[in-house]
Write a protein of this length. Structure first.
Length: 327
């Protein structure tokens, strides 16, 4: 109805209602209406327990702070899929986005566009080469994680041994940092532990399983395997079983998805270096909320790691470090 046709009493009623309308247009966080009060998560790989757990932490925190929450990402560890996901999130103009870029360079342009549209961005887990992008950067200290994996491997093997490292690829920033930390620590502290090969197997359990067979054939005196993430860790037990070497080769795996915990329990794997994806998700939402409400933002944040073995697996203090299959 055009305003000029309103009677004076109706106009007076509208004037009384105006502050209330203004209040309902702002959410409890004072972010204003519409998409400014929403937070979106773009995962590196949507079905990966690490990112599922991060989503659970982010979604619970968003709910607690009064933001609406949505999650998307690539089903595989794929640049084109993730670029498409970021572009569709950008079109919705959310207030904040937490994203784990699957490539340090190819995701820079879409993240820049997202940020230029006014969205606050938290870079989580993996990183971009352009560190000016993002209001905060939250991850494990992955180099430290690699050091921890090397110490754990040395504890299992003693002063001499031959090790193969299985990694999904050589472009992912997190797994590369773990390998660097592992190599540096062996060189500094365990000169008798030698790395026979660092092998890219793709981000699948099948790739890791078949690589184990090849590596055992190429290095018959192999004594240890370090796997740099969940999927490589999920496949290693199958590879050792197929080769009849389960329990004979010591295995340290990064991450602690449900299948990896099962492998630890069954003896296929000896230790897990676990991250805190739930905490990464929670803290990213906290920092995005700070940015959106003009409060100080902490940057960077390094979340904790834990070394899990069959001995401490059921310690309640470590329950937080075991990943979820869903929220
Ligand atoms: O190890 C995590 C994550 O930190 C890494 O960036 C990619 O792989 C995982 O998601 C586990 O599969």
């Amino acid at each position: 109805m055009p305003a000029r046709s309103l009677r004076p009493t109706a106009l007076a009623a509208l004037a009384l209602l105006a502050p209330a309308l203004l209040l309902t247009a702002c959410d409890s966080t004072g972010n204003g209406n519409g998409s400014g009060s929403s937070i979106a998560f773009v995962a590196g790989k949507t079905g990966d327990p690490f990112y599922i757990t991060m989503k659970c932490g982010a979604s619970a925190e968003a709910k607690k702070l009064g933001y609406s929450f949505s999650a998307t990402g690539s089903a595989d560890w794929s640049v084109p899929e993730q670029v498409t996901a970021v572009n569709s999130v950008t079109a919705n103009r959310p207030g904040g986005v937490l994203i784990s870029p699957v490539d340090p360079n190819s995701l820079a342009a879409p993240v820049k566009t997202l940020q230029s549209a006014g969205t606050k961005v938290a870079i989580v887990d993996t990183s971009l080469t352009d560190t000016s992008l993002g209001v905060t950067h939250i991850s494990s200290d992955n180099t430290q994680g690699g050091t921890q994996a090397a110490d754990t491997m040395a504890g299992l093997l003693g002063s001499s041994g031959e090790i193969v490292i299985l990694t999904p690829d050589l472009t992912t920033t997190t797994t590369n940092a773990r390998i660097d930390g592992f190599k540096q620590q062996l060189a500094a502290k365990y000169p008798g532990l030698k790395i026979d090969d660092i092998r890219q197997v793709g981000d699948t359990a099948q790739g890791a399983a078949s690589a184990v067979g090849d590596e055992l054939a190429a290095h018959p005196t192999l004594t240890g395997i370090f796997t740099a993430n969940s999927q490589t860790g999920e496949g290693v037990g199958t590879g050792l079983k197929n080769a009849g070497r389960q329990g004979k080769i010591k295995v340290v795996s990064f991450d602690a998805g449900p299948q990896q915990v099962q492998a630890l329990e069954s003896g296929a794997v000896d230790a897990l270096i676990s991250q805190d994806p739930y905490g990464i998700g929670q803290q990213a939402v906290d920092q995005l909320a700070n940015a959106l409400t003009k409060k100080p933002v902490t940057d960077p944040i390094h979340t904790k790691l834990a070394s899990i073995t069959r001995d401490n697996l059921h310690d309640p203090a470590l329950a937080h470090f075991l990943y979820k299959a869903d929220c």
